[in-house]
Design a protein around this ligand. Structure first.
Ligand code: NAP
Length: 294
């Protein structure tokens, strides 16, 4: 469908470095097209650090930009330039979505609410669950906050560098006022209590092109997992996912998380609800673009 850009067209965009390979324009321009909104979404390369990110935020506001996504390396840089911060984003200390309000932008972290919605759409629960998190980097830390904030029972946080796992556990437990995160060494999975777990894979191990790697390769570990959720979506079946499936569990890649971080941002900007059928249509286009079948 031909879209007409005219005097009333609203602009949204993505700031980051690099931005060339992003799927976000596909997500938002498809939503705008299907919902007949007069809106375009474009990538903005922002080189430099906090200062330049701040200039971009102020510039966007001056240009009447409706909303922004923020990606690497600016998710923390933009925070001092916002007029308001959502509670979860504040705890995590990273923002991927700016919503225009009177006087400035409010920051959200829809990476995490997107992960939550993606998991919910597959029938995966966090509340009351025993959860394994693999990793203690930026993504794992945010996932640990999500789990603690959304009522997980216990979270076993495994990381190669145990000191980083300890740091994340201490911080999340303190900020959420719960003692639910337990730091673990990668080799210590035999210490898990009885029962089966939801495991969220948040390390960068197994990411293309290193598709034959996984943070833990012992089949005994995968016997303990009923559901494995990998944040990685390239490749569409990671070694982690394959090992979960081989042990009889269900496994998911991270492309739906990417879909829903975009859907939630779009909803915040336009104050609409995106119905599941429309999200499915966008998801189909994303999979086509990525060459993913399942
Ligand atoms: P990061 O901050 O660099 O953290 C990397 C993590 O991987 C650390 O816990 C690190 O452990 C671990 N690791 C790296 N190499 C390892 C190895 N050889 N053996 C064991 N552990 C290893 O990265 P991040 O920003 O958290 O991102 C992690 C992954 O999440 C990336 O693959 C990214 O693509 C994915 N992600 C997906 C989405 C989505 O929308 N689907 C969103 C965000 C992120 P140490 O602490 O010991 O170094």
């Amino acid at each position: 469908m031909e879209m007409e850009i005219n005097g009333r067209t609203r602009v949204c965009g993505l700031i980051g470095n690099p931005v060339e390979h992003t799927l976000s324009p596909l997500i938002h321009n498809t939503l705008a097209e299907k919902l007949s909104h007069n809106l375009v979404y474009v990538p903005f390369l922002v080189e430099g650090g906090e200062k330049e990110a701040g200039q971009a935020v102020r510039g966007a506001y001056a240009l009447n930009v409706l909303g922004m996504n923020v990606t690497v390396p600016h998710k923390e840089h933009v925070i001092p330039y916002l007029t308001e911060l959502d509670d979860l984003a504040d705890k995590i200390g990273a923002v991927n979505t700016l919503v225009r309000t009177e006087g400035g932008y409010k920051g959200y972290n829809t990476d995490m609410t997107g992960l939550y919605r993606a998991m919910s759409s597959e029938g995966i629960r966090i509340e009351g669950e025993d959860i394994i998190v693999l990793g203690a980097g930026g993504a794992a830390r945010a996932v640990a906050f999500l789990c603690a904030s959304y009522g997980a029972k216990q979270v076993w946080l495994f990381n190669r560098t145990i000191e980083k796992a300890e740091q994340v556990a201490e911080e999340v437990n303190a900020k959420t006022g719960r003692e639910c995160i337990r730091p673990m060494r990668l080799s210590d999975y035999a210490m898990l209590p009885e029962g089966k777990f939801l495991a969220i894979q948040c390390t960068s191990v197994g990411l293309y092109p290193n598709v034959e790697q996984a943070a833990i390769v012992d089949a005994a570990f995968y016997e303990r997992i009923h559901t494995g959720y990998d944040l990685i979506y390239r490749p569409a079946e990671t070694r982690f996912m394959r090992m979960v499936r081989e042990a009889g569990g269900k496994a998911y890649h991270g492309l739906k998380m990417l879909l829903y971080q975009g859907v939630i941002a779009y909803e915040l900007w336009n104050q609409v609800e995106v119905p599941d059928e429309l999200a499915d249509e966008v998801y189909k286009r994303m999979k086509e673009e990525m060459g993913i079948e399942a």
